[in-house]
Design a protein around this ligand. Structure first.
Ligand code: PLP
Length: 361
């Protein structure tokens, strides 16, 4: 399909073409039901199979033990910012937060609104969040450590997760979930708005350990308690059916077409290395993040001046490369190269960038 562009959007973002084709092909008559998947009951066998397959694929891909629940919630990753302190912090427990950018800052603000005791144990705000803090000391009696594994806007990513000395981590993985293998040791909970790396907007994946669920008090609103959804396989009320279905297909693609997270991770490494190496060798494009902290998902960069950046973005669109404008809060350029953005998109982008530099550098 030559009318599709190379899509570098940050989110909603590119989905694997075979997934979109499968949705299209089965859209009017899902598995001989005579209905679209958006028309079947969430209490039907058809949807039960969808949600269970999405859960099982998540369990296999991340090698989850039986003590983790996989949930699909609404309200986006942003809803998690308020649900986490509401569910897991009482007046006499405190949590450690790491501040690595816009989304961490928002998560911290939501804990503060509720007057929950938290401590910011590390921050990279001093250098406009261009790096990931290292050698962090955590409070050993913290209820949890909250961090953002990949900073979609600032373009940084934890290469490896910090050692929290056994304190469970709660990790916002919205923009790098399923992008590489993950060691679940010390992870109490993961959450991810689907629209970056695993699906469409409107659904947030939550993976949470039973011992965290056991701590949740009864006196919080039903729809804001993780237990409401954990007890009912995410179907206390009508779940975001189409989003969950798309996640199922994306995870099938990661498992069966790509071959799992080791392979996915190797591909993402290769894509990122190619793009960063190209920019490091060029005197024209400049990555905005420190080596050792760079995101393999969101590659943020600048050109020599803002006029050239504006021209770069508009020339790119005309040449079939979409979504290269940096987030409105930081400016510059950003190429989001999630799982579904293939190596061909990255090599084509580099050719375009070389060409643009030749004409304008
Ligand atoms: C996009 C994003 C969010 C916000 O997600 P919503 O689903 O729009 O609420 C939160 N955290 C990170 C890391 C993100 O990339």
């Amino acid at each position: 399909m030559n009318d599709r562009i190379h899509n570098f959007n940050a989110g909603p973002a590119a989905l694997p073409l075979p997934v979109l084709e499968e949705i299209k092909d089965s859209f009017l008559n899902y598995k001989k039901s005579g209905m679209s998947i958006t028309e079947v009951s969430h209490r039907s066998k058809w949807f039960d199979d969808v949600i269970n397959d999405a859960v099982e694929r998540t369990q296999r891909l991340l090698k989850l033990g039986p003590d983790y629940k996989v949930l699909f919630l609404q309200g986006g990753a942003s809803m998690q910012f308020c649900m986490i302190p509401l569910n897991f912090l009482s007046a006499n427990s405190s949590a450690d937060y790491i501040n690595t950018g816009t989304w961490s800052t928002k998560a911290i603000a939501e804990a503060k609104i509720q007057n929950k005791p938290i401590q910011i144990v590390a921050s990279s705000e001093d250098k406009n969040f261009c790096y990931i803090p290292k050698d962090i000391s955590f409070n050993k009696d913290a209820a949890f450590v909250h961090l953002t594994s990949n900073n979609t806007i600032k373009g940084t990513q934890f290469e490896t997760l910090p050692d929290t000395n056994g304190v469970p981590m709660i990790i916002d993985m919205s923009s790098d979930i399923m992008s590489r293998p993950l060691d679940m040791e010390n992870i109490g909970m993961i959450y991810a708005g689907a629209q970056k790396n695993i699906g469409p907007s409107g659904v947030c994946m939550v993976i949470v350990q039973q011992n965290l669920l056991d701590r949740i008090p009864d006196n919080i609103p039903t729809m804001l308690s993780y237990n409401t959804f954990a007890d009912k396989n995410s179907m206390y009320n009508t779940p975001p059916c189409f989003g969950i279905y798309t996640i199922e297909l994306v995870l099938k693609w990661v498992e069966e077409t790509i071959g799992g997270l080791e392979k996915m991770g190797a591909l993402n490494q290769e894509k990122g290395k190619l793009l960063y190496n190209f920019m490091d060798d060029s005197g024209f494009y400049r990555a905005t993040t420190d080596i050792g902290s760079r995101s393999l998902m969101n590659v943020t960069f600048r050109l020599p001046d803002e006029n050239l950046e504006a021209q770069f973005i508009s020339d790119a669109i005309r040449s079939g490369f979409g979504g290269l404008k940096g987030h409105r809060s930081v400016g510059g350029c950003r190429a989001s190269i999630y799982n579904a953005t293939g190596m061909d998109a990255v090599t084509d982008l580099i050719s375009f960038m070389k060409d643009f530099e030749k004409k304008n550098g």
